[in-house]
Ligand binder design. Structure first.
Ligand code: CP
Length: 303
């Protein structure tokens, strides 16, 4: 991968995506082979928003490759509380670590941070912007459980604020994929993302009703309504709970349909789906480790 940072999936070619997925498959097959590959290297974790999967899987990935992490900890315990800027924070942190993983509530924060430092920055989520490392593990899971070229995927829920959706849509445009976006009108895919997909020649359709498209899908990517990004509680309540997937919903789906979700879920996938062969979202979360090992391996190799 000839990249200094991972900020969006828009920056990635098909070949670069496949290189990460192939490296991840190697690491999955033989984790011991890379045990000392990054001995003595340090990864800084700077999370200005909550995280379970992204933070812990990056930490696991780095430690599995013989490295270690330095964790900024809760933002309330840092000098951000005294008014320190993000630019100053990352300029300090680059002196402590070989790469920085940054999650921040402000769209564009990771890009801005990358302009101030000489070590690789991975965007681990910037507001309602992008979450590219999530997409790499989504693609890895799709490739393992279904396919990429020839795939028909439904992406349902909060397409406006869901950063995993924006990153996934851009990345899928590199493959021969039919993308079906299902949402209420108020949570449609942002105009800018739709424009990019059009420019890329992607096959895209929008729907309000999941039942219009469910039977034809190979994969269903369900997302949480991003309550924390709504301007007010009333706007959230107007759309909450509109697309709840349960075993009954999936009776109309193909037997081989795989259901993915970046997690955390609230109530958009009922627990009864967990016991079906459709459910792949926990495997998807576990894939965060080999995929992030591969990503770090490639970024640290280049830096
Ligand atoms: N999928 C994801 O980003 O999960 P976390 O918020 O727990 O990191």
């Amino acid at each position: 991968m000839r990249q200094d940072h991972l900020l969006t999936t828009k920056q990635l070619s098909r070949g670069e995506i496949e290189a990460v997925l192939d490296r991840a498959a190697e690491m999955d097959a033989d984790p011991a082979a890379v045990r000392e590959r990054h001995a003595d290297e340090l990864l800084a974790l700077c999370f200005f928003e909550p995280s379970t999967r992204t933070k812990m899987s990056f930490e696991t990935a780095m430690k599995r490759m013989g490295g270690d992490v330095v964790d900024m900890g809760h933002v309330e315990s840092t000098s951000v509380e005294k008014g320190e800027s993000l630019a100053d924070t990352v300029r300090v942190v680059e002196g402590y670590a070989d790469a920085i993983v940054l999650r921040h509530p402000r769209k564009g924060a990771a890009k801005m941070a990358s302009e101030y430092v000489g070590v690789p920055v991975v965007n681990a989520g910037d507001g309602a912007g992008h979450h590219p490392s999530q997409t790499l593990l989504d693609l890895y899971t799709l490739r393992e459980n279904a396919r990429l070229d020839g795939l028909s995927i439904g992406i349902v829920g909060d397409l406006k604020y869901g950063r995993t959706v924006h990153s996934l849509a851009h990345a899928l445009a590199n493959f021969d994929v039919d993308q079906h976006f299902v949402s209420p009108e108020s949570l449609r895919l942002p105009r800018g993302v739709r424009y990019d997909l059009h420019e890329a020649g992607a096959s895209v359709q929008e729907h309000a009703d999941l039942s219009d498209v469910l039977p034809s899908l190979d994969a269903l990517y369900v997302t949480r309504i991003q309550r924390e990004r709504f301007p007010g509680e009333d706007e959230y309540r107007a759309v909450a709970g509109q697309y709840r997937i349960d075993e009954e919903t999936l009776a109309a789906a193909d037997d081989d349909l795989v259901v993915l979700h970046p997690l955390p879920r609230v109530d958009e996938i009922a627990p009864d789906v967990d016991r079906t062969d459709h459910a792949r979202y926990f495997q998807q979360a576990h894939n965060g480790v080999p995929v992030r090992m591969a990503l770090l391996d490639l970024l640290l190799e280049e830096s």
